[in-house]
Ligand binder design. Sequence first.
Ligand code: PGA
Length: 255
Amino acid sequence: MRKIFVCGNWKMNTDLEAALALAEGLKSASAEAADVEVGACPPFVYLKPVADALEGSDVVLGGQNMYFEPEGAFTGEISAKMLLDVGCTHVILGHSERRHKFGEPDGLINRKVKAALEAGLKVILCIGELLEEREAGRTEEVLRRQVTGCLDGVSADSMDSVVVAYEPVWAIGTGKTATPDQAQEAHEFVRALVAGMFDDGVAQKLRIQYGGSVKPENAFDLIGRKDVDGALVGGASLKSDAFAQIISEAVRATS
Ligand code: PGA
């Protein structure tokens, strides 16, 4: 059984006060959801205070990005070791905003994935097609390129520390959600791809989150699908009530 994983991606939002308030909300929501793994990815500067606030809870903490070099003259960048140092266990890599607003290609994401795993972080690897790619019938081709490119050279053993988040770009922050059928279809395709790259055991263990306008109203139907193992939540993770409701919908979907 794959444990459902619901993780908030706060993006470039919150201030210290709001971040700490969200952390308190997360603590109580996760305490009532033992069968669901709950996580949050605050902005870098709030990681340490949020980690302190989450102490004693099961909530896992992640960075939203990192650089692959361990240290050095890389102004503005953050290393895997720094994330670990402030209490992170996870890092989001390849988010569509990194890919499309900051021009990160698969090759760069692949270097980051390998560096994160080597340092001992778990990776939430985001993939997903643009609207024009879906409309041109190229969704599978794009997902294949992203999955094979970003996981190139990763060992089967390390795949235990990888979560994939399927986030169709047209559904992120737009209010447009993929239908549960569209999500299931893409997740099934990704799982088959991973089975081909590694083996079926790795593919069956791999958790694949859905992301893109997940909210309390659609979480149950999405997470209830066979190959949807949780959610990566942007906008709705910034409201304690909505995020707590998504967590309880995830609990309901698993029971
Ligand atoms: P959204 O963002 O829930 O606001 O659509 C999801 C994401 O970017 O991870």
